[in-house]
Ligand binder design. Structure first.
Ligand code: TRP
Length: 339
């Protein structure tokens, strides 16, 4: 490990990860993945599919495997570019669990027991495995292994990121300066795409009413049907704001898909009814997602291509991971690995 020379990254490192759970929806795309794609020129980007996190809850092995490929195909279809960024599966890189162990040895048990997501998930289960409690430590390791400075995450992950910062600080203090403190990065634009059937709740894949959620792989007819039956508000003006959660959501979607401002769109639809407006939203979403779906359909058939992406991503990620791990092991006091 130690023969790998210290590499000085020229661009700041961004890392974000997602669990390989099923299909991405319009909210994931407009609120997150699209923005990750835009960071690829200015940052060195690591995008991980965290299959080791996925086994902290009961799962079906064959589904996990399929979902991992599907997740990769969806991210690439959404514009994450394996020639510019490192797309990898967590389980392919030695170092995530190793670093997690070391960080866990600096982490007060109480801090893990107080994590809100842990408490939520634990409440819903009869018995709780240690892995679920340890989940945020593994996440901290994902981030610190690559010395990421900037971590795009949703609000629900802020507390986990805070833990990663705490553990980085603790390690730096106990041993010596090693880790940068990762900063959260939350995007404002399009980050709150709401359910089409209940515009007060976020769009979600677990919504029992599937008319609420547009998936990035939905066909044009499905998209049209879902948008045309979206809940709107009383009155008939197309404007964003107070008392208009349904229309505001559709305007936000239209704005994110077309790059036009809300006020510009309000002006265009002033005096026109909801019908014309919804048609415009549907067509804009179709135009945005159609190329994504077509790329996905191609990629998902090509296992070799997906494997090749995983391979090149893991190669780069592994080099970085070994470099960090060698440094961390030495600082902790582990004897040098015999060569
Ligand atoms: N816990 C995150 C989620 O469920 C996924 C995740 C794991 C992650 N490791 C990460 C996100 C590192 C950002 C950075 O959304």
């Amino acid at each position: 490990m130690s023969e790998i020379a210290e590499k000085k990254p020229t661009k700041p490192v961004v890392l974000t990860c997602a669990q390989p759970t099923g299909r991405l929806h319009l909210g994931n795309y407009l609120g997150a993945v699209l923005n990750w794609g835009r960071m690829q020129d200015d940052y060195e980007c690591y995008f991980g599919i965290v299959d080791q996190h996925a086994i902290t809850v009961r799962h079906v092995p064959a589904e996990l495997r399929e979902n991992t490929y599907s997740c990769l195909a969806q991210y690439v279809a959404c514009g994450l570019d394996p020639t510019r960024s490192h797309l990898f599966a967590q389980s392919h890189v030695i170092g995530h669990t190793e670093l997690a162990w070391i960080l866990g040895c600096l982490c007060p048990l109480g801090q893990l027991e107080r994590m809100t997501q842990f408490k939520d998930k634990a409440r819903k289960q009869e018995s709780v495995d240690a892995g679920l409690l340890y989940y945020p430590v593994l996440m901290a390791a994902d981030i610190l292994l690559y010395n990421a400075e900037c971590v795009p995450v949703g609000d629900d992950q802020k507390q986990h990121l805070e833990l990663a910062r705490d553990l980085a600080e603790k390690f730096n203090h106990r041993y010596s300066e090693t880790f940068k403190l990762p900063e959260p990065f939350t995007s404002k634009v399009g980050s709150r795409i709401m359910s089409l059937q209940d515009p007060l709740a976020k769009m979600s894949k677990s919504d029992p009413n599937q008319a609420s959620t547009v998936y990035i792989t939905d066909r044009p007819e499905e998209i049209r049907k879902k948008i045309m039956s979206a809940v709107t508000d009383s009155g008939s003006e197309v404007r964003a704001g107070e008392g208009k959660p349904g229309v505001t959501n559709l305007l936000t979607i239209l704005s994110a898909c077309t790059g036009r401002s809300l006020s510009n769109l309000e002006a265009e639809f002033s005096g026109k009814g909801y019908g014309d407006f919804k048609k415009a939203v549907a067509e804009a979403v179709i135009a945005t997602l159609d190329p994504v779906r077509l790329r996905y359909d191609e990629l998902i058939k090509d296992r070799d291509a997906l494997q090749a992406i995983f391979k090149s991503g893991a190669e780069v990620a592994q080099k970085t991971a070994y470099r960090t791990l060698a440094k961390v092991n030495r600082k902790v006091g582990f004897v040098e690995r015999p060569r």
